[in-house]
Design a protein around this ligand. Structure first.
Ligand code: AMP
Length: 170
């Protein structure tokens, strides 16, 4: 499947120097979306993943679908003040700006196996924060799966030794 032709590259968005990878065309293509979700999940099938951790907003688009094919639950990782009950939080640096992510303290049972899913691995700050939240939950991490990996930013190095799986690399 040629995913790359379904990724729109938008230069200088949201600020100069950033080449934004817009996955809308891939999401809108029934065969490509189905294939990409299956490919994201493939290395983690049969491992007993109980929950997929995915961050708002674009991570939700992929996390829910991957959770569905793995027969796992979905744990929303959210921006401050979005989750109504007690949370753990992790602060992180984006490719552009900084932010904080939260997860409900009871989102995963201790020792549960989780998979972290997002659309793009850039600097790895967001994914590192999700790994830290998985640690706070005492979850075991099967790995991390991304549609796109911006290899030149070496975000992968921040996530070792967790297995990192990506479909398209730039
Ligand atoms: P990072 O924390 O630097 O790895 O950034 C990853 C998060 O920011 C992902 O959730 C993406 O949605 C978003 N992101 C960062 N860089 C890009 C980019 N060049 N194109 C699209 N999304 C990006």
């Amino acid at each position: 499947m040629d995913y790359r032709s379904l990724i729109a590259e938008v230069p200088d968005y949201p600020k100069p120097g950033i080449s934004f990878k817009d996955l809308s065309p891939l999401l809108a293509s029934p065969p490509a979306f189905r294939d990409a979700v299956a490919a994201l999940a493939a290395p983690f099938r049969g491992q007993g993943v109980e929950a997929v951790l995915a961050a708002e907003a674009r991570g939700f688009l992929w996390g829910g679908a991957v959770a569905h094919v793995l027969g796992a639950g979905l744990v929303p990782i959210r921006k401050p003040r979005k989750l109504p009950r007690p949370t753990y939080s992790a602060t992180y640096a984006l490719e552009y700006g900084t932010d904080e992510l939260h997860v409900h303290v009871d989102a995963v049972k201790a020792g549960g196996l989780v998979l972290i899913v997002d659309d793009v691995l850039a600097t790895g700050g967001t994914a590192r924060a999700m790994l830290d939240l998985a640690g706070r939950l005492n979850a075991r991490v099967a790995g991390l799966a991304f549609v796109i990996e911006l290899s030149f930013l070496d975000g992968r190095a921040k996530l070792a030794p967790a297995p990192v799986h990506s479909l398209v690399r730039y």
